[in-house]
Write a protein that binds this ligand. Structure first.
Ligand SMILES: C[S@@+](CC[C@H](N)C(=O)[O-])C[C@H]1O[C@@H](n2cnc3c(N)ncnc32)[C@H](O)[C@@H]1O
Length: 326
């Protein structure tokens, strides 16, 4: 069991209101990091004017977006509404990307609804100036499903490009040793075995990533209070492959701050957006926590631990509603 858990913050309006006074960004405000040049803005990612303030004269080399795609479950948008909403932030992404750059989008496919919004999103992308480049599957360790269907263990990641961006092939190698030997091919008249031809003795990740652990509460990188955290290793792989040091990587759906931490670790600058001041605050605290303690998350604690300890109202609320004792 976790020592100091924090429930999902998006689901509990009262708890959010208790934590809001501790959040440093109000809507439209930007946190500018003096140390590494990262920026976080609290705003809607379809607000072009505010995003112009975030970017000023800069452009990104890589965008990694993880939008809330579960629009049916949350009944926020119908299919047209989702298309129109995505179109706005995809157009803005294009605008703030360099001429030669990459875009990765995490998306879901609901099997009960003809795998939407996957199809809608692909249609939208086919009408833009981005070129499709790959469709990556990240395999989860845990799944969901019934006894009457294949278990769902996949996360979909789409890769698009604008122009001809960097692709650092070294980033693709996993820690998994190659086992296949004896695959011969004649190169320049010489018969070579696959190990002689290869750059590495480990296998390439390819477009099915099986070597990344899904985030769960016992991992150091876990951020309690968040509900949709992506594994740091996945974001680091993307950043290493599709950008170089000191370049700008941006993320319009920052949430737990995974892209921010990955960019910090890999000497890139992260420009990030989240509409929710609570998640902006969590992300900024996560990078501060990483700089102060070398930890990528709060395995046994949470980003608001200090405030909870000193605020009786929050403590009592957590105790009465969730039976969580601080
Ligand atoms: C699926 S989560 C992203 C998870 C993230 N990749 C991570 O690893 O933590 C989606 C985030 O998008 C934010 N969001 C939703 N609508 C938004 C909008 N219109 N503009 C900016 N952020 C938005 C939510 O507050 C939420 O934190």
């Amino acid at each position: 069991m976790l020592k100091h858990p924090l429930p999902r913050l998006d689901k509990d309006e009262e708890l959010r209101n208790l934590l809001l006074p501790y959040c440093r960004l109000h809507y439209g405000e930007i946190w500018k990091d003096k140390k590494a040049g990262h920026r976080v803005i609290c705003c809607d990612c379809t607000d072009k004017d505010l995003l112009s303030k975030l970017f000023e004269n800069f452009n990104g080399k890589l965008a990694i977006h993880d939008p809330p795609y579960n629009f049916n479950a949350f009944q926020k948008y119908d299919e047209n509404g989702f298309y129109n909403w995505c179109k706005k932030w995809i157009d803005i992404t294009y605008l703030f990307l360099d001429d030669n750059s990459s875009l990765y989008v995490w998306l879901g496919a609901e099997h009960k609804n003809f795998f939407q919004p996957f199809g809608i999103f692909l249609n939208l992308m086919s009408e833009t100036n981005f070129k499709s480049k790959n469709f990556i599957t990240l395999r989860n360790q845990r799944g969901f499903g019934t006894q009457k269907n294949w278990m769902s263990v996949r996360q979909e990641l789409l890769y698009f490009v604008k122009g001809k961006p960097t692709f650092n092939i070294e980033a693709e190698y996993t820690d998994i040793p190659k086992t296949l030997k004896g695959y011969y091919k004649t190169i320049n008249g010489v018969n070579t075995e696959n190990f002689e031809r290869s750059k590495s003795t480990n296998i390439r990740a390819g477009n099915v990533w099986i070597d990344i652990q899904q985030v769960f509460y016992r991992m150091e990188e876990n951020v309690n209070g968040c509900y949709a955290q992506k594994p740091l290793k996945a974001i680091e792989r993307i950043i290493k492959a599709s950008s170089n040091e000191n370049e700008i990587v941006f993320d319009f759906f920052l949430h737990s701050g995974t892209t921010l931490i990955a960019a910090e670790k890999l000497n890139r600058k992260c420009f990030a957006v989240d509409i929710d001041p609570v998640f902006c605050e969590i992300s900024i605290r996560r990078i501060e926590h990483f700089r102060n303690n070398g930890k990528t998350g709060w395995q046994n604690s949470n980003p608001f631990y200090e405030e909870i300890m000193s605020n009786k109202k929050i403590k009592n609320y957590l105790k009465s509603k969730y039976k969580i004792e601080y």
